[in-house]
Write a protein that binds this ligand. Structure first.
Ligand code: HEM
Length: 512
């Protein structure tokens, strides 16, 4: 949620034209004895929006420290409940999961994703069908395994790019990791011939995806304060959305047309080579599908783009944060490198067969997700019906935000909560699904329950393979003559990223 730029203007106008700052009294009850959550003072019309700043997860944590683990805010005209403790998260995503299983209308997602996607869909038949197809067909264990080749090819390409870039200077690892995650998920979504869609040597394609993801993480003023919707036009946001949507649509139309033509020509791919577009076209044709699922072309486009955006940004962000933490923690860096180098035993490269042995690497990734939850506020939820949270009444159609980042740093439930200590996860059973959703609500980077992330099984090996490969083949350090530690400031977007570009010096390592 990037609420920074337009809201600076918004705040200004609000302050000038909207009288004085007024402290609104919290509404302790809804008139029938049911207690609403406590609410900090806010502004007329704008409510608590101006309090959120450029990093809302941080501001919301400060507010929760003063007002409690369940708060009621008013973001413009939108009533929003914020949950900031493991107990509140557990009640919302487990005990009362169904009541909290919808998503609010997000105007940006509607405009970019044809109003027909899955991640932002309200709870209902379309979402149920899309989720079922996603879990059974797109992201099934078998399908994820079939993309192993894509992950290994892209990991090899990543290492090549590091070698080539290192000849010149420090490596811009941020850039190379974007190429890696884009590469893996583009192959999965569109197929191996994705190179054929690259214009201008891939630069234009990359820019379209970057804009698309940035916009998906941008909140429009009009969504919360409809009478100020004109600001979205004035700031150029509306025009950028239209332009990006048209470019993306033209690209994905071409991809789908090519897939259809190949199928008409009888050149169907073997099951293990099918990408997301193939699978969705197959689902439409499967007459034996008991539920008779059919998606129109807009829904196919929306679901493919949805999954692509959900996957790339989060995986990229996690990789960058993991490298940044390891650079600042040389002892942990050495320990994880020793583990990888011992497991690979002098082999040419890391493969996915090695990953199950890399327990400390898994702890490093979990600790990274704890401290730098890529979607710190998960995706917004909306209540389907009147319900409760920690004893407070929450009316139907209330927006709900779960501050997973604050929960994962809560000193009441974590020792040395602000420190990078991968050892805290060392005792986890590696044969367990390490990220088992809905088991430990102190740590919910993937959400949980009905709306929990269906992409964990795909995301985790993608992250593990790249990180293990980079750490196996190279030793890493900060460029000489600069700062001795990396600045860990955050930048808000679709996910919350490292603000600085990760420029690192790589020194090739090889087994003697
Ligand atoms: C580090 C990697 C990832 C993280 C941290 C992450 C996190 C999340 C979170 C927090 C949610 C919202 C959960 C909720 O509301 O309870 C979500 C939803 C989703 N994720 Fe992921 N995700 C990751 C990777 C992936 C991958 C690789 C894919 C697909 C290949 C994916 C596909 C989705 C989809 C489709 C949804 C929407 C689910 C729904 O609304 O029913 N994610 N993810």
């Amino acid at each position: 949620m990037d609420v920074s730029t337009p809201f600076v203007a918004l705040l200004f106008i609000g302050l000038l034209s909207l009288f004085l700052l007024v402290a609104r009294k919290p509404s302790p009850s809804c008139g029938d004895g049911r207690r609403l959550p406590p609410s900090p003072p806010g502004l007329p019309l704008l409510g608590h929006l101006p309090l959120l700043g450029s990093l809302p997860h941080r501001k919301l944590r400060s507010l929760a420290e003063a007002h409690g683990p369940v708060m009621l805010l008013r973001l413009g005209r939108v009533p929003t409940v914020v949950a900031s403790s493991a107990a509140a998260a557990q009640e919302a995503m487990k005990t009362r999961d169904l009541a909290f299983a919808s998503r609010p209308r997000v105007r940006m997602a509607e405009r970019l994703l044809y109003g027909s996607d899955m991640a932002f869909a309200p709870y209902g038949e379309h979402w149920r069908q899309a989720r079922r197809v996603c879990v059974l067909h797109l992201l099934s264990q078998r399908r994820v395994l079939s993309f192993r080749r894509a992950r290994e090819r892209e990991a090899a390409a990543l290492l090549d790019r590091v070698r080539r870039a290192a000849v010149r200077d420090a490596v811009n690892l941020s850039d190379l990791l974007i190429s890696y995650t884009n590469g893996v998920f583009l192959r999965a979504a569109f197929g191996d011939d994705v190179g054929g869609y690259e214009l201008d040597g891939g630069e234009k394609l990359r820019k379209v995806f970057a804009d698309f993801e940035e916009l998906l993480g941008t909140v429009t003023v009009g969504e919360f304060v409809p009478w100020l919707a004109w600001l979205d036009t004035l700031t150029g946001l509306d025009a950028k959305v239209t332009h990006t949507f048209e470019e993306m649509d033209a690209l994905i139309e071409r991809v789908i047309a090519d897939h259809r033509q190949r199928r008409r020509g009888g050149r169907r791919k073997e099951d293990d080579h099918r990408d997301f577009v193939d699978v969705l076209l197959d689902v439409n044709e499967m007459e034996e599908d008991a539920d008779g699922v059919r998606f129109d072309t807009a829904a196919i486009k929306a679901i493919v783009l949805d999954v692509f955006a959900a996957a790339t940004d989060t995986a990229y962000t996690t990789l960058v944060w993991a490298m940044a933490e390891l650079i600042n923690h040389p002892h942990e860096m050495r320990r994880v490198q020793e583990e990888i180098r011992a497991a690979v035993g002098g082999g040419d490269h890391v493969t996915e067969d090695h990953l199950s042995e890399l327990r400390y690497l898994k702890s490093v990734i979990k600790e990274t997700l704890r401290l730098h939850t890529p979607l710190p506020l998960l995706l917004p939820r909306e209540t389907v019906e009147d319900t409760e949270l920690l004893g407070y009444h929450v009316p139907a159609r209330t927006r709900v935000v779960i501050n997973a980042w604050a929960i994962a740093r809560d000193p009441a439930t974590w020792e040395r909560a602000e420190e990078f200590v991968p050892e805290r996860f060392a005792d986890d059973d590696p044969t367990d699904d390490q990220y088992a959703l809905g088991q430990d609500f102190r740590f919910v980077p993937f959400g949980a329950g009905r709306r929990g992330c269906p992409g964990v099984e795909f995301g985790v090996p993608t992250i593990e393979l790249a990180l293990a490969s980079l750490l196996y083949h190279f030793d890493w350090e900060l460029p000489a003559g600069g700062a001795s530690t990396l600045d860990m400031d955050e930048l808000n977007g679709l996910s919350v990223r490292l603000k600085a570009t990760l420029h690192l010096v790589s020194k090739p390592w090889s087994p003697q």
